[in-house]
Each structure stands twice: as structure tokens, then as C-alpha cells.
Write a protein of this length. Structure first.
Length: 403
């Protein structure tokens, strides 16, 4: 089978996902086309250089609706003969776009692809697409659906994580992100967002809160306690599925959950012939990909079974990985991953994660693949895995190996 190589990976800075955030004025197609243009310019792509653009986003409504991928291609300087495919695997959409592209290349369906994703959460509100899993009682009730924050608290309760455990991880994420920004660890991949006049709108992540500590986190009120305990209450739904739990311990709040932000990211993937055609040197090969489904109530434990699957499929083991990127959707997600595989926390999210930097849903999977690659290169390490939990009970993972 043909090897699929990563030739480049870029992302925008992440802007606060609200009306006063720096990227609020930039639409999802514009944010996406900026990333496409950066990949084109950085790699001197000309003509029908790639087979397709595969682009993920989680809330496919309004300006993020239709085939956003094709809209972004037309808004970019890429050749109009390049089509576009929009996909949705919720929080793993960007990763799934990369995985699909890699497997297309491996299977011989084209020499190269651009894959990634976008989410403009300040402009297209999460859930505004009216997804049936959340709003159709005939589906939601049958599967004991609860909001993700309740699911995160179920994980904490089921696996014994305390509020202090979650806050400690959050404080570490903030400290690591602040140190990474100060040291310029993201500079290689960040492409500034500019306006129509070429003036810079944002050139670095604006969500992090340097100096966050256990004391400041401890002052925050649990975010999902009221919705869980109010009548009829999602806690009662959760306890119907998990009757062995006495109650749900609500430990998550705004400070130990992922941030709502705007952002986009893209990865250039191709075979050996593509690199030779454009004079490009591959940075890594995509060694393996995987996805799974699981219980939709606890919902967010996907990184554990998908890691088990990708290791079994690839013949590798967790101990073969030099670094991990585990999306910090909620603190308990990462805590459970570390617990399940007895992973040293010093190898996980070494530059901080979505708690500090924010989680632009459809883009995050592509972002963490790029972050993982940059860090493997910086530390001169060989192999790493990126993984995410996914809404409604799924998980996705990608293993990359430097070449």
C-alpha cells in the first residue's frame, strides 16, 4: 500500500468564541480559505495540485452549512478544478478529514489532499443545527442522552476523579500553554488572520489565561450541577443508565473544560510522487487511523477504546508512543486516558490543550495532529498519537511517525 505523508500543517490562532472575540468578524469560509492559501503559498502548489479538499465542521448550519469545503476552495486561490468535501464527526471532524485523506492516498485514489476543518463558534452557535440526537425525544430518551458536561461528570464519578484532580490538570494546561507561547513553539504552524486590506486581525491564540492557579479555579461554580439536579434533571437520566452510582459528582466548570473559540487548521497529505513533483520533503507518515462508537450516555470515554483499537490494528503499543495529544474537551477525559494506560502526564499535551487554548470543534483534530508533529520535531522524537472524544459516543485517533 502507498505511504501517506504529511508535508505541511498550519492553523489559525484561536480567537475567543464570542462577539468581542478577535475573529468574530471572519466567517468560516474566509477562515478556511486563509488556511488553504497558506498551504498553497508555503508549498508552491500550482494547478490541480491536490485531488480534493476534505474539510470538517461540527455545526453545519448557516454560513457553515452547504458544502463549506467547496465554498472555501472557491474563496481561496486554489485551482477551481479542485473539488471539496464537507464531513461531520463532531469534535473529531478535522481529524477524520485527515484520516480519510490519508487512507485515500494509501489506497491510490489521488496523489494528494488538503484536509482539516473549521469552527466559528462566535458566529454559528454550537447546537444551532438542531441535531436530532439532542432535540428529538424519541431518539434522546431511548439512548439516555445527556449533555456533554453531564457525561464528563459521569466519567469523574465512575472513575474516581475529584474536583482537585480536574483543577490540577487545568492549571497545568494553562501553565504549559503559556510557556509554549512564550517560547514560540506554535510559531512554525500559525498563520495570521488578516482583513481585506492585509492588516493583521489576530496572530496568536487569545484564549489562554496565564497565571491560572488552583485558588482561582477553586472559586468557580460547577457548570453542570444545576442542569443535572433540577427537575426532572439529567442526573436522573444518567443514573438510569448507571444505577450503581449513588449520585453524579459535578466537578467540571468553565476553568477545567475546553474553551469556546474560533479557528481553522489544514494538513497537506500526499504520496512520494506528489512530494517529488513539487520538490517537497515529507515530515511524517500517517502510520495508522481508527474510529469507534461507544455508550452515548457517558459519551466521552472514546480515547480509551479507540487507542486500544488503533494499537491492535497497527501492531504497536502505547509504550511505542513518544508523545500524546489527547483533546482536553473536559479534564476527566484526559484523566481517564492517563489512568487507563498508566501514561506519564509529562508526555500528554506538553504544550497545553483545549482547556487553555480553546476547542474550535471541527478544527481541533487537525490542530492537534499539527501540534503533535511540531513537538515531535522539536524534541527529536519519532512517534506519537493524537486522539479525541466525540459527541454522542465516538472516538478517533491518528498515529504519526517522523520520516
Amino acid at each position: 500500500m502507498t505511504e501517506a505523508y504529511i508535508y505541511d500543517a498550519v492553523r489559525t490562532p484561536r480567537g475567543k468564541g464570542r462577539k468581542d472575540g478577535s475573529l468574530h468578524e471572519v466567517s468560516a469560509p474566509k477562515l478556511s480559505s486563509g488556511v488553504l492559501n497558506a498551504l498553497k503559498d508555503r508549498n508552491n502548489l500550482e494547478g490541480h495540485a491536490v485531488e480534493d479538499v476534505i474539510w470538517g465542521n461540527a455545526t453545519q448550519a448557516f454560513e457553515q452549512g452547504g458544502c463549506l469545503a467547496r465554498t472555501a476552495v472557491l474563496d481561496s486561490r486554489l485551482d477551481e478544478r479542485i473539488p471539496g468535501l464537507s464531513i461531520n464527526r463532531f469534535c473529531a471532524s478535522g481529524m477524520e478529514a485527515v484520516n480519510i485523506a490519508a487512507n485515500q492516498v494509501k489506497g491510490g485514489a489521488g496523489n494528494a489532499y488538503i484536509a482539516g476543518g473549521v469552527e466559528c463558534m462566535s458566529r454559528v452557535t454550537m447546537g444551532s443545527d438542531g441535531a436530532a440526537i439532542a432535540v428529538d425525544p424519541s431518539i434522546a430518551m431511548e439512548h439516555y442522552f445527556v449533555p456533554q458536561g453531564i457525561s464528563a461528570d459521569i466519567i469523574a464519578t465512575e472513575y474516581g476523579f475529584s474536583r482537585d484532580d480536574a483543577d490540577e490538570l487545568a492549571a497545568r494546561s494553562q501553565a504549559r500553554a503559556a510557556a509554549a507561547i512564550q517560547a514560540g513553539h506554535f510559531n512554525k504552524s500559525i498563520v495570521p488572520v488578516t482583513d481585506v486590506n492585509g492588516l493583521t486581525i489576530l496572530d496568536q491564540d487569545e484564549y489562554p489565561r496565564p497565571g491560572t492557579d488552583m485558588q482561582s479555579l477553586g472559586a468557580l461554580k460547577p457548570a453542570f450541577k444545576d442542569m443535572g439536579e433540577a427537575m426532572p434533571g439529567f442526573d436522573k437520566v444518567a443514573l438510569m443508565k448507571y444505577p450503581h452510582l449513588e449520585r453524579i459528582n459535578h466537578i467540571h466548570h468553565a476553568g477545567n473544560s475546553s474553551g469556546i473559540v474560533d479557528g481553522a487548521a489544514g494538513v497537506l497529505i500526499g504520496n512520494k510522487e506528489f512530494g517529488e513533483q513539487f520538490g517537497l520533503t515529507p515530515r511524517a507518515r500517517i502510520r495508522a487511523t481508527a474510529k469507534i462508537g461507544l455508550d452515548p450516555t457517558i459519551m466521552l470515554t472514546g480515547p480509551v477504546p479507540v487507542t486500544e483499537k488503533i494499537m491492535a490494528d497497527s501492531g504497536l503499543s502505547v509504550s511505542d508512543m513518544d508523545l500524546f495529544e489527547v483533546n482536553e474537551a473536559f479534564a476527566s477525559v484526559v484523566l481517564r486516558f492517563q489512568q487507563a494506560f498508566d501514561v506519564d502526564p509529562s508526555l500528554v499535551n506538553v504544550n497545553g490543550g483545549s482547556i487553555a487554548l480553546g476547542h474550535p470543534l471541527g478544527a481541533t483534530g487537525a490542530i492537534i495532529i499539527g501540534t503533535l508533529l511540531d513537538e515531535l520535531e522539536r524534541q527529536d522524537k519519532q512517534m506519537g498519537m493524537a486522539t479525541l472524544c466525540v459527541a454522542s459516543g465516538m472516538g478517533a485517533a491518528t498515529i504519526i511517525e517522523r520520516v
